[in-house]
Write a protein that binds this ligand. Sequence first.
Ligand code: GLV
Ligand code: MN
Ligand code: MN
Length: 392
Amino acid sequence: MSAEVFSGLWSEIESIGRVSSGGYMRYALDTPDLVLRDWFRNQADRRDMPVTDDGNGNLFAWWGDAWGRDAVLTGSHFDSVPHGGGYDGPLGIVSGFLAVDQLRAAGHRPARPMAVVAFVEEEGGRFGLPCLGSRLLTGAIDPAKAAALTDREGVTFGEALGATPAGPLPGLTSRISALVELHIEQGRQLEVPVGVASAIWPHGRWRFDFTGHGDHAGTTRMADRRDPMLTFAYTVLAANKEARLAGAHATMARVEVEPNATNAIPSLVRGWLDARAADTATMDGVVDAVVKRATERAGRDGTEVAVTSESLSAEVTFDTELAARIAGMLGDAPILPTGAGHDAGVLSAQVPTAMLFVRNPTGISHSPAEHAEPDDCAAGVDALATVLRELT
Ligand code: GLV
Ligand code: MN
Ligand code: MN
């Protein structure tokens, strides 16, 4: 495929949800996401691909029988992290439609159904739980629990969806024979246009509620303070240190402060820890150490800390035979692990899954600076079409 053809379709969605930072505010089921979902239906219509909704907010555009046996799925997600890049997610959906075009132009007749899928709320940017759509589809989360998740304005996922989610699709394992998710690579590891995923690091999110005593910044003696900001600050540094010592990744990047006033000692600081490692024991070890140090420090600060686990994503090893077979189809493409989470990782617990990565020249992601070259994106579509042709 030419870079021009790729860019032609890509330009249709490039401005949707883009804000002045240059990044994207595409929260699940919020206005830009709804525009993108309409665009998805429209693209499917243009290609005579009927669209089904699984009742969980995930959309499927079908070539062949909807939910016939042994379908091959490809796709990704539209939602972004706040001020994130435009490629993380949508590249996999746009590439899916372009791969269908390419296969049809070459006269391919799939021997089994094929679908382009748009998973809902992959980032957990709105309702806090990443891969919410794929967790619901596979039964990894109770629909009532998912329905009750709230966004920052107090709107529940059930309200945004307009219903309680339907939950797991009966007969999922016989209906899907493979999912191949194409995604921009999010680190600095891929030096050729296209690679294949081997594994996803286990990861999770923990909420730390630091409480203290709100008081006047001018009149409260330093010795009398019970300032949760101090405990929080210490915890941020402790997380960084523990992760470095363990060869893991730990990030505290989201924080809420009450009352959030320049001249008031806060009564509450709420911070979120994102922790990841090559194996679960290492990740758990880092989190345990951070909690221990936060708790000890709270004792010294006269504050309290309560820790809540908000999400866990288990270690994923993608189907090794499928990964090797796909790498072979692509002329010995490199096979590499990632520290980023994906819907393909969630589905891998139940059906054979694989991922194609498209080169990211700077390795930056979850940032407005995320970028992929049109030539590499076109190479990604070619690779995806090759894989889908072989699998169908
Ligand atoms: C999603 O991109 C994640 O890894 O958090
Ligand atoms: Mn992401
Ligand atoms: Mn993604």
